[in-house]
Design a protein around this ligand. Structure first.
Ligand code: ATP
Ligand code: MG
Ligand code: MG
Ligand code: MG
Length: 482
């Protein structure tokens, strides 16, 4: 069985042999790019190269890039645990051409890697092309063994890729694999018709041709380029004959470890299909969010009430709540993070160098949240019964805000809990309260947003920097893996 780690290195080596420079993953925090909260794809660190604003010593590159999709144009938070293929944190394998090769070689390389190197069954592979991209379709027919009936034309939503609202973009061509009839979602199952996991999207080849500005206008890039992305967790599951990313080696080690943390609950992961088993869903969410939290902290993000730090806080608290639901002890996520370091530290040394600091930050956050969790849940229960007796189904914005402000419940937790019980949340009302609070805070402004970590975290951060933390010095976008 091919491990994820072997697949990652095979991918990089394959593209090295095709004249690509192996470039190290950049940080989850995009450098000098205020348009983006997190690195959400392999191309992010090359954005300026695509735009012709920066020159590198190479015009072909390959990476395994740390990505986060929580917020902005690409947000998979709600999908995690509910689909077999989405994570908040994942690794994207990619090959890039900066004005060097274009569609033809991108298609040839992808086909060769999948069918010759990984030996995937050719008859199960499908391709999609952008609606009017005759050229791409012809290239698939000419250079691969995908027949016309397994090539599908798709619209903007699926086959025009952009990093965010602005930046490099272009039509794309994707490769999907048929995971078997038994996964069908019914008579309407099919590429472009449903979103189930039978036809799993594994690799996206983007034909980078434009730069999109704030008004949505697209101007051609100086040179047509290539940007591709393949999720390591997805291709690992496929190579390991699993239908869920969570059954791949990357996740199983972490999930099995999670089960041991609640001995009284006698937890077992039962490999259920998405959304059918609450314990499995919770274990998937915990495993996913632990990976994200570990990688975020290793890249220098700290829990806070603003920006990136707030996303981290939400992930920790969400995982924590799911954990308590299935009988996890009062603090457990810091141990999960340590497991992530054990499983992935050899490939990402920044994890190892910040391991001790990371554990302390997460434990501190767990302790804080555990103090208010039960009180907040009780308040929510009261609200549910009050609403029921009034025959109402919508939670007041003020109540949601109180849960947020006093008990530390991010809105997505309230949403999760409410929808499970058939209630909705007045999100507009919540936002109004939030804005009103921001105005009040502005009037009394003393700190500086993201850096305003709160004194306990500040102390932790300083202690961490004094002792263990050396992550930053080792992280350098331009340093190579080999
Ligand atoms: P999907 O349609 O499944 O949500 P996508 O079209 O949003 O995927 P792309 O933006 O094309 O994904 O990203 C390139 C590749 O990265 C995908 O083909 C997939 O293999 C992988 N990928 C995308 N999102 C995720 C995620 N949330 N978790 C794991 N892998 C992902
Ligand atoms: Mg998506
Ligand atoms: Mg897609
Ligand atoms: Mg895609």
């Amino acid at each position: 069985m091919l491990s994820a780690s072997e697949i990652r290195s095979r991918f990089l080596k394959f593209f090295l042999s095709q004249g690509h420079e192996i470039v190290r993953s950049s940080s989850l925090i995009p450098r000098e790019d205020p348009s983006l909260l997190f690195t959400n794809a392999g191309m992010v660190q090359f954005k300026k190269v695509f735009l012709g604003q920066e020159k590198r010593t190479y015009n072909r590159a390959t990476t395994s890039q740390k990505c986060l999709r929580v917020g902005g144009k690409h947000n998979d938070l709600e999908n995690v645990g509910r689909t077999a293929r989405h994570h908040t944190f994942f690794e994207m394998l990619g090959n890039f051409s900066f004005g060097n090769y274009f569609k033809e070689d991108a298609i040839k390389f992808a086909w060769r890697f999948l069918t010759e190197d990984l030996k995937l069954p050719k008859e199960k592979l499908y391709a999609t092309v952008f609606q009017d991209d005759d050229e791409a379709e012809q290239l698939w027919l000419k250079h691969t063994e995908v027949p016309a009936e397994r090539i599908f034309r798709m619209g903007e939503k699926d086959n025009f890729w952009s990093m965010g609202d602005t930046g490099p973009c272009g039509p794309c061509s994707e490769i999907l694999i048929d995971q078997g009839e038994e996964l069908t979602c019914g008579p309407n199952c099919g590429i472009g018709k449903c979103d189930c996991d039978r036809y799993l999207e594994i690799w996206n080849l983007v034909f980078m041709q434009y730069n999109q500005d704030e008004t949505g206008k697209r101007t051609p890039l100086p040179n047509p380029s290539i940007d591709t992305g393949m999720g390591l967790e997805r291709i690992a599951a496929v190579c390991q004959n699993k239908h869920s990313n969570f059954d791949s080696d990357l996740f199983q080690a972490i999930i099995q470890y999670a089960c041991t943390l609640a001995p009284k609950a006698n937890l077992k992961y039962s490999h259920s299909s998405p959304d059918t088993n609450d314990i499995d869903t919770a274990l998937r969410v915990i495993a996913d969010h632990s990976r994200s939290a570990a990688f975020m902290i290793a890249d220098g993000i700290m829990p806070s009430n603003e920006g990136r730090g707030y996303v981290l806080r939400r992930l920790i608290r969400r995982a924590y709540r799911f954990g308590r639901l299935i009988g996890m002890p009062e603090c457990f996520l810091y141990l999960m993070a340590a497991k992530v370091v054990e499983v992935m530290g050899a490939d990402y040394t920044e994890l190892t160098s910040s391991a001790e600091f990371m554990a302390r930050v997460i434990k501190e956050e767990e302790e804080r949240f555990s103090k208010t969790l039960d009180k907040g849940l009780a308040l929510l229960e009261e609200e549910f019964s009050a609403l029921k007796s009034q025959n109402k189904t919508c939670i007041d914005g003020l109540v949601a805000f109180k849960l947020y402000d006093t008990y530390g419940f991010p809105l997505d937790i309230v949403n999760d809990l409410a929808s499970k019980r058939g209630f909705s949340v007045d999100e507009d009302g919540f936002k109004e309260q939030m804005n009103a609070q921001k105005q009040r805070a502005k009037a009394a402004w003393k700190g500086s947003g993201e850096l305003d970590l709160g004194s306990r975290f500040q102390t932790l951060l300083e202690e961490g920097l004094r002792s263990e933390f050396s992550g930053y010095t080792q992280l350098n976008d331009e340093s190579r893996i080999i």
